[in-house]
Ligand binder design. Structure first.
Ligand SMILES: Cc1cc2nc3c(=O)[nH]c(=O)nc-3n(C[C@H](O)[C@H](O)[C@H](O)COP(=O)(O)OP(=O)(O)OC[C@H]3O[C@@H](n4cnc5c(N)ncnc54)[C@H](O)[C@@H]3O)c2cc1C
Length: 412
């Protein structure tokens, strides 16, 4: 069976599909069942998490109980060696139930991917990866700083070095679930005399830092991510700095994995909205002798755009996995442009899917109450174009796109 089968078609998602079990044996099948258990908990708490802008503690506790936090860690370090495709599936399923839970999982896995790929030559990071599996530690991410917005390739705060010890103090404008995480993986300027773009990535565990809150998180959507602003004050050992310069980590892992996992969550959230529109239409048809309401064409638009979105994300995951071991391919203008444009395209499509689902449901979708409300889905998915602002991304890649040749054919 091809990788295509891993991203399960919408109509097969419940009950848990057998396709992966047939393909990969009990291990992956059990991953699917474990994910379903976490997704059920996330769905049950989604409305309260959104209403109260609170951390989805029940769903994350379930993810820990189902041992989902360390699945991407190699088996020899206590993980399951799950592929990015497997993780993208989990992101989709959790995102469909509760986008905040899905996004927390996606951000955590992006940090794990960085540690797995770039921390293997470091005993400290290997120990951390083992701890993540045994203790099911949750890692947060800190890249946004001061007024820098989504300019991840620039840091203000610098690592202070004192022998084998390091210190860092940064004004981290947004750290999702920072107050609930067991560790934070942060960018920083290499040293006080380094340029803003000469960055390193550092893993700190909770014992290493304090977070002083300075900005609350009262937002339209993604309320459960609890992405408050903190002054991060950290102390640690020099070996906690990943042994690879951040520019390489950024290109090879951070950007591709973040964009693919986020896009999987948005696709899941969009699928959740389409599911509500489908239920609305079924219900309406039942009540009027099979007559579909006038909003039905909007459901088809939503359905069609969701299919396009899913194929876009599935093929981008496949493309990344195909070149993941090829540093030159990952660094190529073509790959970097494609992975950035995938994020832009996926986020815009996800918004349009949910808007079409809203039109299909009419007032029942617009209401905040009732089984057919898509208010939460819409508010959540509206974060997608600004989570690394699409305008910034488009401005950054437009030069490269001007230089790249257009495709010679449909399949090449
Ligand atoms: C749900 C959510 C969770 C998040 N979690 C985290 C987290 O855990 N850790 C973390 O570090 N960050 C996090 N972030 C922040 C994120 O990484 C970005 O920093 C943030 O989304 C940038 O938002 P912005 O639109 O203000 O960005 P900016 O990039 O500052 O953009 C501000 C404005 O300037 C415009 N603009 C910027 N650059 C250009 C350009 N080159 N050309 C044209 N226009 C431009 C944009 O259109 C926008 O209107 C999170 C964001 C969201 C939405």
């Amino acid at each position: 069976m091809t990788r295509e089968a891993r991203i399960t078609p919408l109509h097969k998602l419940q009950p848990v599909a057998d396709t992966v079990a047939e393909k990969s044996g009990a291990g992956v099948a059990s991953l699917e069942a474990r994910t379903a258990a976490v997704a059920a908990m996330a769905a049950a708490c989604a409305a309260a998490v959104d209403r109260d802008a609170r951390f989805p503690e029940e769903a994350i506790a379930a993810a820990r109980a189902q041992r989902l936090l360390g699945i991407m860690v190699p088996r020899e370090l206590g993980g399951e060696g799950a592929s990015l495709g497997d993780v993208a599936d989990v992101c989709y399923r959790l995102g469909r139930a509760c986008a905040s839970t899905g996004m927390i999982y996606a951000m955590h896995q992006t940090k794990i991917a960085c540690l797995v790929r770039h921390g293997r030559s470091s005993a400290w990071h290997e120990r951390l990866l083992r701890r993540i599996c045994t203790e099911q530690l949750l890692l947060a991410s800190s890249t946004t700083e001061g007024q820098g917005g989504g300019d991840i390739r620039s840091s203000a705060a610098a690592v202070e070095r004192n022998g084998s010890r390091i210190g860092l103090e940064r004004r981290a404008t947004v750290i999702s679930y920072g107050a609930y995480a067991d560790g934070v993986v942060t960018t920083a300027r290499r040293s006080a005399d380094a340029a803003a773009s000469d960055q390193v990535l550092i893993a700190f565990v909770k014992e290493n830092y304090v977070l002083e809150p300075f900005l609350a998180w009262d937002t339209l959507g993604m309320r459960g991510t609890c992405s408050a602003g903190f002054t991060l004050k950290a102390q640690g050992d020099i070996e906690q700095i990943l042994p690879v310069p951040y520019d390489k980590i950024h290109q090879q892992t951070m950007v591709p994995v973040a964009h693919l996992c986020w896009a999987s969550v948005w696709t899941g959230a969009a699928a959740g909205a389409v599911e509500r529109a489908q239920n609305f239409l079924r219900n309406a048809a039942r009540q009027s002798n099979g007559q579909l309401p006038p909003g039905a064409p909007h459901f088809m638009k939503a359905n069609s755009a969701l299919r396009t979105l899913r194929s876009l994300v599935a093929s981008a995951v496949r493309n990344y996995e195909a070149v993941a071991d090829d540093e030159r391919a990952l660094a190529s203008l073509d790959f970097q442009t494609t992975i950035n444009l995938t994020k832009v395209e996926a986020s815009e499509l996800a918004v349009s899917v949910v808007l079409s689902a809203l039109r299909a449901c009419g007032l029942s979708g617009y209401r905040n109450d009732g089984d057919f409300s898509v208010g939460r889905h819409l508010r959540d998915v509206l974060s997608s174009p600004i989570m690394i602002n699409n305008d910034r991304i488009l401005a950054n890649v437009s030069g490269a796109a001007l230089l790249s040749a257009l495709p010679a054919g449909v399949q090449v």
